[in-house]
Design a protein around this ligand. Structure first.
Ligand SMILES: Cc1cc2nc3c(=O)[nH]c(=O)nc-3n(C[C@H](O)[C@H](O)[C@H](O)COP(=O)(O)OP(=O)(O)OC[C@H]3O[C@@H](n4cnc5c(N)ncnc54)[C@H](O)[C@@H]3O)c2cc1C
Length: 332
C-alpha cells in the first residue's frame, strides 16, 4: 500500500515545532514513532497535507526522576519505559502495560505520546480503503449512522491504548504546549468520551511530557489485558489497579481503571470509595469486579463479542486488584 502525497516537516527544536503547529494547525499531522499514523495514511483514514516528524527532537525524550514526580518525555519509547528500573520499581503497572503493547518491534518504535493519543478503533472503521468504499459512512467517517450498533446516534468506537489506563491509575498528568502557552491536565481529562473526536488536545498543541506523581506509603499495582495473540494484539479489555496502604495496613487510597471499555478509559471510582479505610483482607473483590462490568460498553465492534469483553472486565479488574494487594504484602 502506498502513502498519499504529503509535505514532510522536520523541526530542529520544540520552538520550531510549536511554530509549525501554529502555522499549519488542522492540516498537519504529528508523527512520533509512526506505528499508527503510517498505517492510517496507507489505509486513507488520514491524508494530511503536512506530516511533522517530532521523533528527533531531543527535548521530548527520556525519563527524569525528580523529588516528587517522575517525568516521561512524550517521545520516550515504550521499550524504554518497559525496561526502566525506576518505572518497574515505582510504577509496576505502567511498566507492565508498556511491556504488553503490540510486539517488541512496535514497542521499540512507538512512543508514550503516540500511544496515549492513538485514535479510537472499530471493526467497521479500521479497514482498508477498498473495504471502506463499500460501506456507508459511519459517525467516525463524517456520517450519521453507526455500523456496529444499529440505530445508534453516537459513535461506539473503542479506545484501545494500553498506557492511558495504567497512567490514569497513577493519577498522571500530561503537559500540553502551544506557541506561547503551556497547560498541565490530568490524563483522564485529555479524553472527551466521544469516539469521533476522542481527545481534547488543540490542533496547535503538542504533548511534550507526562508527569507521574510520587506518593508516600506502601503501594502495589498491576495491569491486566485481554488480547487474542499474546505476542502482538491490542487490548480487547484491560484493567489497571494501584493501591496504597498506610502504616496501620489500611488502604489509604486506590485507583482502578478499565481500558477498551468505550471511547475513553473509565475510572471505577465507586470501587475506590468502597475499599477506602479497609484492610486488604476485608475487600469484597466480587463487588469491585461487578462495578467494572457495569462500566464496560461491550459493543460487538472488536475481534471478540462485546458480551465476553464485558465479562472479562470483571475478571481482569479482580486479578489486577489481587496482584496489587500481593505487591503491597511483599512491600513493593
Ligand atoms: C500491529 C499493531 C499492534 C498494536 N498493538 C497495540 C497494543 O497492543 N496496544 C496499544 O496501546 N497500541 C497498539 N498499537 C498502536 C500503536 O502502534 C501504539 O499505540 C504506539 O505506541 C503508537 O505510538 P507512535 O509513537 O508510533 O504513534 P504515532 O503513530 O507516531 O502517533 C499516533 C498519534 O499520536 C499523535 N502524536 C504522537 N505524538 C504526539 C505528541 N507528542 N503530541 C501530539 N500528538 C502526538 C499523532 O499525531 C497520532 O495522531 C498497535 C499498532 C499496530 C500496528
Amino acid at each position: 500500500m502506498r502513502l498519499p502525497p504529503f509535505q514532510y516537516l522536520e523541526p530542529e527544536n520544540i520552538t520550531e515545532a510549536l511554530s509549525m503547529m501554529d502555522t499549519y494547525k488542522d492540516t498537519v499531522k504529528i508523527i512520533a514513532g509512526g506505528t499508527e499514523v503510517i498505517n492510517h495514511m496507507k489505509h486513507r483514514l488520514l491524508s494530511p497535507a503536512f506530516v511533522m516528524n517530532i521523533a528527533k527532537l531531543g527535548d521530548l525524550g527520556g525519563i527524569s526522576v525528580l523529588d516528587h514526580e517522575i517525568v516521561l518525555g512524550a517521545s520516550t519509547t515504550l521499550k524504554e519505559i518497559a525496561n526502566s528500573p525506576v518505572i518497574k520499581e515505582k510504577c509496576k503497572a505502567i511498566a507492565e502495560a508498556a511491556f504488553q503493547v503490540a510486539s517488541p518491534t512496535i514497542a521499540a518504535m512507538g512512543t508514550i505520546g503516540g500511544n496515549i493519543l492513538q485514535n479510537t478503533r472499530c471493526m467497521t472503521y479500521n479497514q482498508s480503503e477498498i473495504v471502506l468504499t463499500g460501506l456507508d459512512s459511519c459517525h467516525k467517517r463524517g456520517g450519521t449512522i453507526c455500523l456496529a450498533v444499529k440505530g445508534s446516534t453516537r459513535c461506539f468506537s473503542v479506545y484501545q491504548g494500553d498506557m492511558a489506563p495504567a497512567l490514569i491509575a497513577f493519577d498522571a498528568q500530561c503537559i500540553l504546549r502551544k506557541s506561547g502557552a503551556t497547560r498541565t491536565i490530568p490524563i483522564i481529562d485529555l479524553f472527551t468520551g466521544n469516539g469521533v473526536q476522542p481527545f481534547s488536545i488543540g490542533s496547535d498543541e503538542i504533548l511534550t511530557g507526562i508527569i507521574i506523581p510520587k506518593q508516600d506509603g506502601t503501594s502495589g499495582s498491576a495491569y491486566k489485558k485481554l488480547r487474542i495473540r499474546g505476542s502482538i494484539d491490542f487490548p480487547l479489555v484491560s484493567a489497571a489497579s494501584v493501591i496504597w496502604v498506610g502504616a496501620d495496613g489500611k488502604i489509604t487510597s486506590s485507583r482502578m481503571v478499565i481500558g477498551a471499555a468505550g471511547p475513553a478509559p473509565r475510572m471505577v471510582e465507586e470501587a475506590s470509595l468502597a475499599i477506602q479505610g479497609q484492610l486488604p483482607g476485608e475487600i469484597d473483590l466480587e463487588a469491585l469486579a461487578g462495578m467494572a462490568y457495569g462500566l464496560t460498553e461491550g459493543a460487538d465492534n472488536l475481534a471478540m463479542p462485546g458480551a465476553y469483553r464485558r465479562k472479562m472486565a470483571r475478571v481482569l479488574l479482580k486479578r489486577a486488584v489481587q496482584e496489587a494487594l500481593e505487591d503491597v504484602k511483599r512491600g513493593i
